[in-house]
Structure formats: C-alpha cells, structure tokens
Design a protein. Structure first.
Length: 305
C-alpha cells in the first residue's frame, strides 16, 4: 500500500467515524430512553467504542442491551461482562430462556432448531419493559439485501414492526425522530461501513475483540456445507460426525446458526488480508439466513434487529 493509499484509507475511516458519532449524538438529543443493542460481535463492539469517543469525557449516556439466547458462546459472555464492568455502564439483559419458560415463545425442535427467531419477541418485550424509545443497532448495508433497504433512522410501529415501503426521507444530515406513543426507532450508525472498514478501524483503534474471531481449535460438525460448533443442545444426524478443526468466527451469534470458517488468521493483519481475498459475505454462512431468500427481511418486518 502506498503512502497516498494509506492517507486515503485513514481519511475514509475518520469520515465514517465522524458520521457515526454525529448520529449517536443526534440519538442522545432526540430520544429520552435510548439503548445500544450489544451482541458481543465486532460491529456492536465498534459501536460501543464510537459511543465512548462521541461522549468523552462523560460516560456513555445509554445502557447496553443484550438479548441472551442461552445458547451463546461462553467467550462472548465473558467479553460482555468484562466490557460492561470496565466502562461502568448499565447492562439490560433480555432472556430467551425466560420467554420460553413463561410461554411467551415456543422453542423449536428438530435438527434445524434455533433460538435465533425467538429473539424478536424477547427484544420487543425488553424494549417495552424498559420503555426504550430508540435502539441503536450495528447493522450495515453491505451485510444483506434487506439491510441495504434500511435508513439510518428506522421507524417501528406500536407492534415493533418495520415497513420497508414506508420510510422517512433523510436529506443530508437531517434525521426525523418524531413518533407516536408506543412507537420506537432503530438507528444504525454503521450503515455506510463495510466489513473491511470495521476490521481496519478495529486495527487502527486497537480495539479488543473476543478470541473467537482468531483461529483456534474447536469441536465442530458440518451441516449442509456449513461448519457449526458442537454443543450439548445441538442435535446431530447420524452422518454429522464431530471432529476438531482450526476455525474462527467471521460473525458471532447464537451457536446454533453461526457458521464457522476454516482459517489460520491469528492476528488482525491476517484477518484483514483474509477478508480482502473473500468473495462471500460474512452472513453467507449464517444458517438462519439460509432458511429462505427473504429470511432476514421477514424477521425485520416482525421486529428483528
């Protein structure tokens, strides 16, 4: 990379950073009870880092909200708790297991069972319980075609639903956060970022991330071409044999739907080089997105992230 390319790349990342922090400040100004959705993945970690910079030297002025499926990677949970303690911020946890126990949702059964879909009800319940009027999410437009349709400020009706055909115009940097009682907004400050931008920014800012993103050995099995982590709750067919592979997570979610990647990337530089050579999106191996062509959009209309 030439000096000119490095300078351009640095300027590009700083422009994205500035835009995202501006949007976060707009949220703090326009809404009474915002929260930052935190999954423990790289995008939400960058969101927390940006929020810390945007409001420094004050603390982040809104809580983190994590929807716990009960089937998370233990590394993610440890990272979450350590980060919350370090920042001194409030953590709101919505429990999918509690929603199952109280009859709010019915757990899926069978080999393809996942708790990922059940997060929607738990999320909407947590938003209502804590009277959250704006949920900041780490979604990016390059991730998936449904997310490419979404604006920075995404209006949700009184049922938490999203109508992709009825979105408000966003002229220049003017954002309309007006809503009726019972409605709320999802705001996506990382909309214009790409996966490569995220990784380069993590490298530039030296941001801590879970060890899951780096190559490690793990017990896994292969289902329909997707490498999945083994866990006690993962029901396997007779032909799905557990073996040890050197893998890493490219995206982190519920264990039941997070596809793993064969990799030898042990540093951030390795990850950046690996991403540059790939031609498959990071959600291309997410089992929940492979259920149907419109899986993500259907979930978003119902109130998903």
């Amino acid at each position: 990379m030439t000096d000119l390319q490095r300078k351009y790349n640095l300027n590009h990342l700083r422009e994205l950073e500035s835009e995202s922090m501006f949007i976060m400040r707009e949220v703090a100004a326009q809404f009474e009870r915002p929260a930052l959705l935190f999954s423990g993945g790289k995008d939400s970690i960058v969101m927390v880092h940006l929020a810390k910079k945007a409001f420094w030297p004050a603390k982040i002025p809104f809580p983190l909200m994590h929807i716990d499926t009960g089937h998370n990677f233990i590394e993610t949970m440890i990272f979450r708790d350590e980060l919350v303690e370090k920042l001194g911020v409030q953590l709101i946890v919505g429990s999918v297991q509690e929603a199952i126990d109280t009859g709010r949702v019915v757990e899926e059964t069978g080999f393809e069972a996942s708790r990922n879909l059940l997060q929607t009800v738990t999320l909407l319940d947590a938003i209502a319980r804590h009277k959250i009027d704006c949920a900041l999410g780490g979604g990016r437009r390059d991730e998936e075609k449904a997310r490419a349709k979404e604006r920075f400020f995404s209006h949700r009706d009184e049922f938490g639903q999203w109508d992709p055909k009825n979105q408000r115009p966003e002229l220049w940097n003017i954002f309309n956060g007006k809503k009726r009682v019972g409605e709320h907004f999802r705001v996506f400050p990382l909309s214009n970022w790409t996966e490569m931008d995220i990784w380069q920014y993590i490298y530039l800012e030296n941001i801590d991330i879970p060890s899951l993103y780096f190559t490690h050995e793990r017990q896994v099995f292969v289902r329909d071409g997707v490498i999945l982590a083994d866990a006690p709750f993962m029901k396997k067919r007779d032909a799905e044999k557990v073996t040890t592979m050197r893998i890493r997570c490219r995206t982190i979610g519920d264990i039941s739907c997070t596809g793993l990647s064969r990799s030898e990337a042990s540093t951030l530089e390795d990850i950046i080089r690996e991403i540059a050579a790939l031609r498959v999106t990071e959600r291309g191996s997410r089992a929940d997105d492979l259920r149907s062509e419109s899986a993500m959009e259907d979930r978003k209309k119902e109130g998903y992230f």
